[in-house]
Design a protein around this ligand. Structure first.
Ligand code: HEC
Ligand code: HEC
Length: 421
């Protein structure tokens, strides 16, 4: 898997900022720590040795974005805001009840969605989608990278039938017009802004982007125990250190191969994702209603939600590598919410190929486990079976044993923001 720095010539981090100059204009208004992190970001790194703990003063647009983010009146049902599915107590990931793998939205009656809602933290460094020099798909927003910026991304939830379910941009703007913050919206974007619904809607999306990019205390505080450890301000326990070593060991977890844990060459804080894509052969989740149709498959990069790569069948089944920062708070896991806890997820990683019967239904005809049952058979070859820990066969020992798994789990728990020494 390639790293972001490999591609930094062509695609610097923060390239998704449509108005980088404007972002810099706000720096003087911010705290020193925030300003440092922001200017580091502009230079293509995410270095932040001092955790960002105070909510800094936001630009008027970002402050509006925060209000829009939490405003349920902007949904067709009046009950759903961005924050309903991206809960700040869960690192802005989906907080669904046990057994419910994906969020439920809709205009009136409940409509189940198709994917587990990811954390919105640390997307400040997520570049727009591109293929790197080796042809590796990288970056983009959503689990299939189909949105090129946070602003573009924010359009879908307002209008999707299984999310906030508005019929049109104009319908959203009709609600914005009567929101408690309508006067602030006019002050920020012009007295006549509501006269042109498409422009007003686009300004709302821009405000949401500014909120997610500027409020670093919320979205990119770098305040985990692991950050404190990297900065030399605390120690990890013996178990956490064992977990970290297993996590990094190319012959054991090899987790850092896709979820890097070390500072970049430029000193940038690790993001625990290289923003690439991979096909892990995650088992089908029967709790997703769409999966009742045996012909339905969520194939990530090659569709059905994303349409421009439909012919790149080698990419079918590949999903974006998510950050593991705050992963202890973001259950359920994977694009289809198939795993409800990290212990089972880690067992899946290392026992997928040694003990496939634990993860896949048994084919009544052959008596064999139906491996990679969430892919049409012609795409099974796309699953990663070469990199550690997936390079095993039935009868081999798993790359991590149960004690190792407990150690890796202890390490993953050091990635939760808000550590108090
Ligand atoms: C009904 C639940 C729901 C609501 C409401 C919702 N989202 Fe999401 N969000 C999701 C899901 C599910 C995904 C993953 C979608 C995909 O991969 O196709 C997602 C993905 C995202 C992403 C991409 C994250 C990444 O890793 O690339 C961002 C950013 C985001 N949402 C922001 C928002 C904003 C802003 C709003 C409000 C305008 C919002 N969401 C409303 C469920 C929701
Ligand atoms: C070859 C690349 C690769 C390696 C190696 C890898 N992962 Fe992942 N990881 C991914 C991808 C891709 C996803 C998203 C899969 C999906 O959504 O279907 C993911 C998802 C996850 C998630 C779910 C996060 C969430 O919020 O849903 C966790 C936890 C995780 N990985 C931990 C690990 C650990 C621990 C290791 C080492 C044992 C590891 N990964 C090794 C690529 C990798």
């Amino acid at each position: 898997m390639s790293t972001l720095s490999d591609s930094s010539d062509t695609q610097p981090a923060c390239v998704n900022l449509p108005f980088p100059a404007a972002a810099r204009l706000f720096v003087p208004a911010l705290t020193l720590a925030t300003a440092l992190a922001l200017s580091a970001c502009s230079a293509g790194t995410g270095e932040a040795t001092t955790p960002i703990t105070q909510s800094s003063s936001l630009s008027a647009q970002a402050a509006l974005g925060e209000k829009i983010f939490h405003d349920a009146s902007l949904s067709a049902s009046g009950a759903l805001s961005c924050g309903t599915c991206h809960d700040e107590d869960h690192a802005f990931a989906g907080a669904t009840a046990a057994g419910i793998p994906v969020p439920i939205g809709g205009a009136g009656g409940p409509v189940q969605g198709f994917r587990n809602a990811p954390s919105l933290k640390y997307l400040t460094q997520n570049p727009a989608f591109f293929f790197d020099a080796e042809g590796t798909p990288t970056g983009g927003f959503d689990r299939d990278g189909r949105a090129n910026s946070l602003r573009e991304q924010a359009r879908r939830p307002f209008l999707a039938a299984h999310e906030m379910a508005n019929a049109s941009a104009a319908q959203v703007v009709d609600k914005l017009k009567v929101a408690a913050y309508a006067a602030e919206f006019r002050a920020a974007f012009g007295e006549q802004i509501f006269a042109d619904p498409e422009t007003a809607f686009d300004r709302a999306l821009f405000a949401l982007q500014k909120y997610q990019q500027e409020d670093l205390a919320e979205f990119a505080p770098y305040s985990s125990k692991y950050d404190a450890f990297l900065a030399g301000r605390t120690q990890l326990s013996a178990q956490e250190l064992r977990g970290l070593a297993l996590y990094n060991d190319p012959q054991k977890g090899n987790c850092a191969g896709c979820h890097p844990s070390a500072r970049g060459a430029d000193g940038a804080a690790p993001l625990f994702t290289d923003f690439t894509y991979d096909n892990l052969g995650v088992p089908r989740n029967p709790a997703i209603t769409a999966n009742n149709d045996p012909a339905y498959f969520d194939l990530g990069l090659c569709g059905p939600d994303r349409t421009d790569l439909a012919d790149s069948t080698d990419l079918c089944g590949a999903f974006k590598v998510p950050t593991l920062r705050n992963v202890a708070l973001t259950a359920p896991y994977f694009h289809n919410g198939r795993f409800e806890n990290l212990t089972d997820l880690l067992r899946f990683y290392v026992r997928r190929d040694t003990n496939p019967d634990e993860w896949y239904p048994i084919d009544p005809g052959t008596g064999e486990p139906q491996k990679f049952n969430d892919l049409p058979p012609e795409y099974a070859a796309n699953v990663n079976t070469t990199e550690v820990p997936y390079n095993r066969h039935p009868g081999d020992l798993p790359a991590l044993d149960e004690t190792d798994i407990e150690d890796v789990l202890a390490f993953l728990q050091t990635l939760t923001d808000g550590f108090q020494p």
